[in-house]
Design a binder for this molecule. Structure first.
Ligand code: SAH
Ligand code: MG
Length: 199
């Protein structure tokens, strides 16, 4: 992978206010991936492909990433970026709404990264749980949404998003097959490990 090119893409994304993964959040996820290199990753919300390109460094031999994006401009840019960074054979970009695309997928994923419309997190979780492998891990970015999620502030115009992020936290916390931590890195990161045994 062309690291110099990746750094340029990161700077450009930041200048254009594209909400790419924050450094401290990335650090937590990369540490996890380093310990357990995944064969397949599913990402929901590619933007210009920055996080997917970062994750691609930690794939197991022959591994790959499926990522989904609906914004046409970002799709165009992501395709250019994947080419320039030389990761096209490791990253597969689905173009369209994840709400429509996810139900058509039937792979097993060792890692799922949820990073798209906050109002859809409970739906993304349901789809992630359907496809996660037995020792898999599910990350959800922006889970604390600027602190709104943990405060009693609910008159904000983003209240649908806040309600759905709270719903996500409730579901992962109550699910007996998951072990969940909520970290205050970046904009909040939920980490859910699958603990379900095979028998
Ligand atoms: N993971 C990226 C950042 C993603 S930003 C990174 O860290 O580099 C969130 C992206 O999700 C936006 O580009 C937005 O267009 C996309 N998105 C939001 N809702 C979506 C949906 N329902 N289907 C597909 N993409 C979606
Ligand atoms: Mg994010």
């Amino acid at each position: 992978m062309n690291k110099k090119e990746l750094e340029k893409i990161k700077q450009k994304a930041l200048e254009e206010h594209i909400p790419i993964i924050m450094d401290d959040t990335l650090e937590v996820i990369e540490k996890e991936l380093k310990e357990n290199p995944p064969k397949r990753i599913l990402e929901i919300g590619a933007a210009v492909g920055y996080s997917a390109m970062c994750f691609s460094e930690f794939l197991a031999e022959g591994g790959c990433i499926d990522t989904i994006e609906r914004d046409e401009e970002r799709i165009k840019q992501a395709k250019i970026n994947f080419k320039n960074v030389e990761v096209t054979e490791k990253i597969n970009l689905y173009e369209g709404d994840a709400v429509e695309i996810l139900p058509t997928l039937n792979e097993k994923y060792d890692m799922v990264f949820i990073d798209a419309a906050k109002g859809k997190y409970p739906f993304f979780l349901k789809e992630a749980l359907r496809m996660i492998s037995d020792n898999g891990i599910i990350f959800a970015d922006n889970i604390l949404y600027k602190g709104y999620v943990m405060s009693d502030y609910n008159k904000h115009k983003q209240r649908t998003a806040v309600r759905n992020l709270r719903e996500y936290i409730k579901e992962v916390s109550e699910n007996p097959n998951l072990e969940t931590e909520i970290l205050e890195v970046g904009d909040g990161l939920a980490i859910s490990r699958i603990t379900k045994s095979k028998c």
